[in-house]
Design a protein around this ligand. Sequence first.
Ligand code: IFM
Length: 450
Amino acid sequence: MNKVETSFLHKNQFGDDFLWGVSTAAFQIEGAPDTDGKGRSIWDVFTSQKGKIKNGHHALTACDFYNSYQNDIDLIRELNIPNFRFSISWPRIMPTGVLPVNEAGIAYYNKIIDSLLSAGIEPWITLYHWDLPHDLEVKGGWTNRESVSWFSAYVAVCVQHFGDRVKNWMVINEPSVFTGAGYFLGIHAPGKKGITNYLKAMHHVTLATTAGAKIIRNHIPDAHIGTTFSCTHIEPATTSSKDVEAAKRVDTLLNRTFIEPILGLGYPQADLPVLKKLNAYIVEDDLNNLSFDFDFIGLQCYTREVVKSSLLIPYIGAELISAEKRNVISTDMGWEVYPPALYQVLKKFNAYEGIRKIIITENGAAFPDTLKNGKVYDIKRTHYIQDHLEQILKAKKDGLAVDGYFVWTLTDNFEWAEGYNARFGLIHVDFDTQQRTIKHSGLWFKDFLS
Ligand code: IFM
């Protein structure tokens, strides 16, 4: 590979202990939905329903990571990336969501872990990245309080089989996104709607997060345990008190609702009154069981949102003003490109006393890439990553703690309701041939990490 244009950034500026990695998720890359005894997940079902995914895309093959994982692990090594974050598909190892275990599923993840370790790459496991076993959804999924026990049993299986070699664990990925999109808005699996489904799911997912973390701690005393949150810098559209209050409610919903109970602060009901409805689902010891002393918190930040007050929007009384309406530069997801958001988010989460360590477990961008003469010149993505790394340096200079950065993501993949339209990868995938091409951003990252 040729050397690529470099910026003034240098890996050493971040310190020797800074963690560099790349993140993925099972459903977005694996394909093989029913191979070797895998059960169906809510996303297998959702993607098979008409009109749910743009252009009718599905994830039956996705990036074929199930079969081509060795090739992709070789690429991670080629890019000099020392840490690989991936998720376990719950229905691959427990097809109905509960025991018995599917030995072929366990064998599959053992192969991945062993292959990573022999390539000198550290495995980072996310236990839940949205692909709940469908059979559990039939029983209510996350709206059923039993989901905490189902999840606990699944975590116990994972730590028992993988805990001898894997030290880095993340319990749940972006709870605010999958409960909001999947249980309130109905635009993600399982396609449920309404405040009751949402609040029940929120509480059970939070209980499951700490229950899962405790199980990891008990089985693997030296585990490095985290959980990951989507977070967005929120700004009011104007300085009017209405907009400022609206922005505060949106900030509470998107950034505070899931982390604060885990830090022992309870749900932020004072700043978002609809959360008081949660009290109907909180029983006896729940408040004591909601907190856990995580070794690290994973933050996943892509953009900022600008908010105005709107009486038309129930529960939150606020509206996001889209990047398009604001006429600002945005990605293929319609998200504004605004690197200072990362600095602001770091500042915000650094202010919580209970957080021991922060790792940026996702950051990246979807742009329309074109493959020309065997190359993808995705300079916008390269700059996006560089500009966000600059913000991390600024944060460090200002004394804010941040200990790692994982790019979202390795290869272009199945971007949920957006299908394959939104390409986030450092590596381009031709979804007809599964041909991989390292993009300019990937080559830059490789040079940077060398
Ligand atoms: O693709 C997703 C990922 O699954 C969770 N975090 C945000 C990414 C980009 O939308």
